[in-house]
Design a protein around this ligand. Structure first.
Ligand code: GRG
Length: 296
């Protein structure tokens, strides 16, 4: 499936904002080159696009949502650099180019990830952002919880511990809800927070319902692509899950079962959006379609 037409201009605006923040918060050094290398060259920008599309549902402009969107993408970029390290998934290829530790070295890659993580929070705490102090604090708290030891980092730890072991589908789902799902949920929550308008408890619950289904659908599709796609298309090593002896949705449900799961999750996404009756969720629906039909 081709990306929705609003992706390309949004991606361009996100890339420009990422570059601007990298210029602002890092000085000329190998470290800053490595951060830039990992952030700027490639990536679908799904998470910042979700932040902005959610903000738009609640009446906020792209410009207003951009700082929150950029902070989320910086956390994502840091996680990919660290995930590829020899001590973790030990990958040579990411976004069609050598991983950060291959292009530079391990120490620089560790520091580039650390730098991007800190930069995300430094950005969100900037006094000039167009958000109220209370909203800023909520954003920082959401992002820290999602990416830290109650979220993505815990999911990664469970994933590493599970290598070579058989895990049941519920445990797999729990691991992915932490490792991939929490940051996707934070991307969407930060979008709603950046709008400053009142979001009702029902709307928050429906957004979370959408995020949970989308995060899992993203992951199941990732597992499917690891089997049916190829290294050139993916821009990362195809078959990496099998090589690391990881339990995946296709390994537990079969390819057809995994595809059924993706289809069911897409319906859950759409159902949650339909209940957000007074909001224009058309872009979020298009993103969900893209996530489950993407080829990379
Ligand atoms: C090292 C703390 C730490 C966490 C790593 C997110 C993560 C946790 C690892 C990434 C490994 C992986 C392949 C997970 C599957 C889902 C996923 C996050 C894929 C990569 O995200 P995309 O497809 O990547 O959005 P692009 O390159 O398009 O930004």
């Amino acid at each position: 499936m081709h990306a929705p037409s609003f992706f390309a201009p949004l991606k361009q605006a996100i890339d420009a904002a990422l570059e601007e923040q990298l210029d602002r918060y890092s000085s000329a050094s190998t470290l800053s080159e490595a951060m830039r290398y990992s952030v700027v060259l490639g990536g679908k920008r799904i998470r910042p696009i979700l932040t902005i599309a959610t903000a738009e549902c609640f009446g906020a402009s792209i410009e207003r949502a951009m700082p929150a969107a950029v902070a989320v993408e910086m956390i994502h970029a840091y996680s990919l650099i660290h995930d590829d390290l020899p001590a973790m998934d030990d990958d040579d290829l990411r976004r069609g180019q050598p991983t950060c530790h291959k292009a530079y070295n391990e120490a620089v890659a560790i520091l580039a990830g650390d730098g991007l993580q800190a930069m995300a929070f430094q950005m969100l705490s900037d006094e000039h952002l167009p958000y109220s102090p209370n909203r800023k604090l909520q954003m920082i708290s959401e992002l820290a919880q999602a990416s830290g030891p109650q979220g993505m980092v815990l999911g990664q730890a469970i994933d590493l511990e599970s290598e070579g072991a058989f895990i049941e589908i519920d445990a797999l789902q729990h691991m992915h809800s932490l490792k991939t799902g929490k940051l996707i949920k934070a991307a969407i929550r930060l979008g709603a927070l950046s709008a400053e308008c009142a979001v009702s408890d029902t709307e928050k619950r429906l957004l979370d319902q959408f995020s949970d289904a989308l995060g899992l659908a993203f992951q199941v599709q990732d597992d499917i692509l690891d089997i049916v796609s190829d290294t050139k298309t993916l821009g990362k090593t195809q078959g990496a899950d099998v090589a690391l002896d990881k339990s995946t949705y296709p390994s537990l449900l079969g390819l057809a079962g995994a595809q059924e799961k993706v289809d069911e999750l897409l319906l859950n996404c759409i159902s949650a959006l339909e209940q957000l009756e007074s909001r224009n969720t058309a872009k979020l629906a298009e993103i969900a379609q893209f996530v489950v039909q993407r080829k990379l």
